[in-house]
Design a binder for this molecule. Structure first.
Ligand SMILES: Nc1ncnc2c1ncn2[C@@H]1O[C@H](COP(=O)(O)OP(=O)(O)OP(=O)(O)O)[C@@H](O)[C@H]1O
Ligand SMILES: [Mg+2]
Length: 329
């Protein structure tokens, strides 16, 4: 009998933890200069929002994003579902509705059977179907390691756009999924243990959370992915020219997250996230373990929105800009 393939063995950093760190990414794209096209650009590169948006007409914006990454779990079907939910999330995070998606697939043909790639794509297709989004094409290349994701196009009503720079002081911050998938995925990669709760949260669409946010009139937010709660909160604070206070005791975690951290399952991406935010952070009463969990690199994480949503815990508040971008309290 042959051993089942462990897909995470073929991943350097897993999932959104394989993203280029925030500081390096910003330095890299800074040289691009301002975008220039004929359509009115509603959201561009200014603040590193979740997707780009151009105006089609008075009532419609076109939302465009692409996301792909290395395996976060060994099961190819689950990885496909997670990668698709994560890619679609950037459209939801802008207050939009995904309409059309294309597969982006890198596959080491000589190392891994093509049947596994078909399972990955089947997972992506099933999640796109749940989202009511056509998955109707893509691009595939032979590569050293597997990577999968989607390019997604959607629409948004311009007045319903959710962006990083629309925050106002005094507004509470809500988080729609628990943290901890980074440390649990790191443990899964090292030991093969499966964490069904983590797989379930990562493959859950942010569609309902986004709809609730738009209906509640929320206009500021993002999804919490590779830069962790602290990294994404810092981007929101910077873009909105505010300070974000995080009420540490209110932040929800998946079960097993604290143990995984204690047992040392911390990705390099998480450590880089914490290093990136530390110069701008008042760490308050927190210890390093708490800060690492708050900076845990998420894959297909929840929405962090400025406002209150039924069923989502309030984890902090927007404050007038003080000495720090982030205050942990
Ligand atoms: N190579 C690149 N060229 C131009 N812009 C880039 C490039 N890579 C990333 N960006 C932009 O930088 C910003 C931050 O990217 P990042 O991938 O962190 O955000 P995201 O798309 O919200 O990802 P996530 O799926 O993790 O939520 C986005 O506005 C993205 O479009
Ligand atoms: Mg995003």
């Amino acid at each position: 009998m042959t051993e089942p393939v462990r897909l995470t063995r073929y991943a350097r950093g897993g999932g959104c933890a394989c993203k280029i760190p925030p500081g390096e990414l910003e330095a890299m794209v800074a040289g691009l200069g301002p975008p220039s096209g004929t359509a009115e650009l509603l959201v561009g590169l200014d603040h590193g929002d979740d997707a780009a948006v151009v105006r089609l007409d008075a009532r419609t914006g076109l939302v465009s994003t692409a996301d792909f990454f290395t395996p976060v779990v060994d099961d190819p079907y689950d990885w496909g579902r997670i990668a698709a939910a994560n890619a679609l999330s950037d459209v939801y995070a802008m207050g939009g509705t995904p309409l059309l998606a294309l597969n982006l697939l890198c596959w080491p043909r000589e190392l891994l059977p093509v049947e596994l790639a078909a399972e990955v794509l089947r997972g992506g297709q099933d999640v796109a179907r749940l989202a009511g989004c056509h998955l109707a094409g893509g691009h595939s290349v032979d590569d050293d390691g597997p990577k999968y994701g989607l390019a997604v196009t959607g629409t948004v009503r311009p007045e319903e756009l959710i962006t990083l720079d629309a925050g106002r002081a005094g507004v509470p911050l809500s988080l729609t999924k628990p943290l901890g998938v980074g440390v649990l995925n790191t443990r899964h990669k090292a030991t093969g243990e499966v964490f069904p709760e983590a797989v379930a949260t990562m493959s859950t669409l942010n569609r309902d959370a986004a709809r609730a946010a738009v209906d509640a009139g929320i206009r500021c937010g993002t999804d919490v992915t590779g830069f962790g709660l602290l990294g994404h909160a810092a981007k929101l604070a910077r873009a909105s020219r505010l300070t974000v206070a995080i009420d540490v005791a209110r932040v929800p975690y998946l079960s097993g997250a604290a143990e995984a951290l204690r047992d040392g399952y911390v990705s390099g991406g998480t450590r880089r996230n914490l290093e990136w935010v530390t110069p701008w952070t008042d760490v308050g009463p927190t210890d390093e373990a708490q800060r690492l969990l708050l900076a845990d690199a998420q894959t297909s994480g929840g929405l962090l929105v400025a406002g209150e949503l039924p069923g989502a815990p309030v984890v902090g508040e927007l404050l007038p800009r003080g000495e720090h971008l982030l205050v942990l309290r």
